[in-house]
Design a protein around this ligand. Structure first.
Ligand SMILES: C[S@@+](CC[C@H](N)C(=O)[O-])C[C@H]1O[C@@H](n2cnc3c(N)ncnc32)[C@H](O)[C@@H]1O
Length: 492
């Protein structure tokens, strides 16, 4: 009986049409196995397409004899598919033969086991027409065979990744429709979100993966886990992380990891944390390293999926931000040096009595060198706390100067001060919480100078003198030096 068709002989099956429908992947340099290969039509094609190894098996001695004669460059074995030739194979074909198997699901499982990790099983099969999940016995002209319904096929292929590629060529007298399915092993996905710092990676991951079961592994967090011993890393990698960890400059640490040839070890830490399951990697990684990461993930059995987008405004690097801030401070120094002064001076009173030493206070405002502005009143805000807490209720603030002589009660609750100064002392009198003051002083009085202090148990404790800082009298260089010193303090 002639089943397959060749240019010089026409068989029952339109082999060239079937070949088109199979949509085989490129077989160049691949290993190929045709199970139920008949006269070797598809093995011949694999050889033609450049496959490195081509094997065909069929239980029919006649078919194998003809196949060997046609394609001597291929390996043919007359044997049942109950035992498969030594593999693994990149591509396995089972065409128009599954219905001959006694246990069709078991044959599919066996073929899947014979694939390389990235291999593809190409199935060409008949599909019974029923809405149920069942094997349907179908009467054909020559015999009666079981064919799966779509639901049954879905169940059998559930442990794998699969796709129905399309219809196959029908054969005369076919009682069922034929389809082509490509099946491969299920692999975990590694979703790679590797954009620039500030590009919105964290927001994307939170919005898209936040509520899902897919863990998001953040590169910077992994560095802290390595530091804390929560993520297992080699001693060499852990040492580099310890030496170069700086929260604002993690990209420099990553650069060093790559420069020292430890990229693979870092990738392994990420993969180990994912534990062979789908995961999202959220980490800045310079583009030059993306290919390397993808290869590594594939080698570890993952399917890398790159998520890319572009942002118009992205965050400045830490180094760049610091440089710009310094430049701005320089500009401010230059600018103030040329402007008329309306600056307030706030100076602590020098006299330190025993009473003063038994108290703590702080003026939150006004601040030394603050601008007086055009408001008619200057707000004074602060707090005072005597060591002898019971005195607090008697304390008042006095303001004295040209045209002002005022007394103000403590009038503001400052639980923040109580916590910072007294800590968790359990016996804090309720009055102590009211240790803050907030009152206004006429701006006009500031020009001539005012003294502010406290009256405690009848005794005056001078605290600060507030006046105008006549900047024009101050040499320009002195001001610049002051501001530069301040800048050094902030940035050093
Ligand atoms: C309908 S033909 C399909 C041939 C080829 N796959 C094609 O599509 O052109 C089915 C083939 O499967 C082979 N076959 C059936 N049962 C088999 C088994 N248990 N082991 C190996 N081959 C088998 C038959 O000998 C036959 O050549």
């Amino acid at each position: 009986m002639q089943y397959q068709s060749f240019p010089e002989v026409r068989g029952d099956s339109r082999s060239q049409e079937k070949l088109k429908a199979l949509r085989l992947p490129s077989l160049k340099d691949k290993s190929f196995l045709d199970v139920g290969c008949n006269e070797g039509y598809f093995c011949g094609y694999a050889s033609f397409d450049g496959a490195a190894r081509v094997v065909g098996i069929d239980r029919s001695a006649e078919a194998i004899g003809r196949a060997r004669a046609r394609f001597p460059e291929c390996e043919f074995f007359q044997q049942s598919w109950d035992v498969l030739p030594e593999g693994p194979f990149d591509v396995i074909l089972l065409a128009s033969a599954l219905h001959y198997a006694e246990d069709q699901a078991a044959l599919i499982a066996r073929l899947m086991d014979a694939l390389t990790p990235s291999g593809t099983l190409v199935l060409e099969i008949g599909l019974a027409d029923s809405g149920k999940n069942e094997w349907v016995k179908v009467k054909r002209s020559i015999d009666e065979r079981l064919f799966p319904t779509r639901a049954k096929l879905r169940e059998v292929l559930d442990p794998y990744a699969w796709k129905i590629i399309g219809h196959s060529v029908q054969q005369q007298g076919d009682p069922v429709g034929r389809i082509v399915v490509h099946v491969s092993r299920l692999k975990p996905f590694a979703v790679l979100v590797l954009g620039e710092p500030g590009s919105g990676k964290t927001t994307f991951c939170r919005r898209v993966f936040g509520g899902k079961d897919v863990p998001v592994i953040a590169g910077d967090v992994v560095y802290t886990w390595i530091l804390q011993g929560k993520a297992k890393a080699s001693e060499t990698l852990a040492t580099v992380v310890r030496e170069s960890f700086e929260t604002t400059r993690l990209s420099a640490l990553t650069d060093r990891v790559f420069a020292e040839g430890l990229a693979g070890e870092l990738f392994d830490v990420w993969c180990d944390l994912a534990g062979g399951r789908d995961f999202v990697l959220e980490s800045y990684l310079p583009e030059v390293h993306h290919g390397r990461l993808k290869d590594h993930l594939e080698g570890r059995g993952y399917v890398p999926v790159m998520v890319n987008w572009s942002t118009e405004v992205s965050m400045a690097g830490a180094h760049e931000a610091a440089k710009r801030a310094r430049g701005y401070t320089d500009a401010l120094v230059r600018r103030f040096a040329d402007q008329p002064s309306d600056r307030i001076s706030v100076v602590r009173c020098a006299k330190r009595s025993a009473r003063a030493a038994s108290m703590r206070w702080h003026f939150d405002g006004p601040r030394h060198f603050q601008s007086l502005g055009s408001e008619p009143q200057l707000g004074v805000i602060g707090w005072v706390m005597p060591k002898e807490l019971e005195l607090i209720a008697s304390i008042r603030c006095y303001v004295r100067g040209a045209g002002v002589n005022a007394l103000h009660d403590l009038n503001a609750h400052r639980p923040d001060v109580v916590k910072a100064v007294l800590g968790n002392e359990s016996e804090v009198p309720a009055a102590a919480v009211r240790c803050g003051f907030r009152f206004d002083v006429p701006a006009a009085a500031i020009g001539k100078g005012v003294e502010i202090g406290f009256v405690v148990d009848g005794e005056e404790v001078p605290a600060v003198k507030i006046g105008m800082n006549v900047r024009r009298d101050e040499p320009l260089d002195g001001l610049k030096r002051k501001l530069k010193a301040w800048r050094r303090l902030v940035w050093s």
